[in-house]
Design a protein around this ligand. Structure first.
Ligand code: MG
Ligand code: ZN
Length: 222
């Protein structure tokens, strides 16, 4: 019985997520769901994307947090449109919350929508929002065993960013074994080593992102 309830919740969520995605397609908005544990660097990543791509794409952000507007305030200072979702204790965003956020965004004036999910390496993976791509950040201090401990997050990722690569000299993190574990779970995944703090390694990831924006425009151009 309990399993059936969970399936109903997830299928209702998926239906709204599909609706969100066709709405985003209609407006040609590439939408990225950014997920990680707390402190892995989601907000720093979003700030880097804004500062590097703001001349090239119109960017908007949905900030998901359990409480507070700390991250939304940071993003908003960059002059980018931001909608805050407070989940009031909820540990992930869902498609319904995302739909509400879309209702409050100027969809005709956006090329790239970044969704910062609630910091959590477990259940956000189960809830589609309508995004086109899933980007998972894993930062070096979290350890290189996380692909084995939280596999569902990584099997559904389009991109894994290994963040805080500037800390490599100070930590015992085996990049090769972590990358092999992810590729074993998910052979299609793209892996980039970056530091959102120093900017190291961001170039390749940002050109991948720009490629996706271009592709979205060519399919659904606005
Ligand atoms: Mg954040
Ligand atoms: Zn949750």
């Amino acid at each position: 019985m309990e399993i059936k309830v969970l399936q109903d919740i997830l299928s209702a969520n998926d239906a709204i997520a599909r609706k969100n995605q066709s709405r985003l397609n209609k407006h040609g908005i590439l939408t990225i769901n950014v997920m990680s544990s707390p402190g892995a660097g989601k907000t720093s990543l979003i700030m880097q994307i804004i500062s590097q791509l703001r001349e090239k794409a119109r960017i908007a952000v949905i900030e998901g947090d359990v409480a507070s507007t700390i991250d939304a305030d940071k993003v908003s200072k960059q002059g980018v449109t931001v909608v805050q979702i407070n989940t009031a204790g909820g540990c992930h965003l869902d498609a319904n919350m995302t739909e509400n956020a879309l209702n409050n965004l100027p969809l005709d004036d956006i090329d790239l929508l970044l969704i910062e999910n609630v910091g959590n390496l477990i259940c956000p993976a189960g809830f589609a929002l309508g995004e086109h791509k899933r980007v998972i950040l894993l930062s070096l201090p979290e350890g290189d065993d996380k692909a084995y401990k939280y596999p569902s997050m990584f099997t559904q990722a389009d991109v894994v960013l290994i963040n805080k690569i500037d800390l490599l000299p100070f930590l015992e993190f085996d990049i090769a074994s972590f990358s092999n574990a992810i590729s074993g779970l998910n052979p299609e995944v793209k892996i980039f080593q970056v530091s959102c703090k120093t900017g190291q390694g961001l170039e390749d990831w940002l050109s991948w992102l720009q490629e996706q924006i271009k592709e979205m425009k060519s399919h659904h151009g606005s």
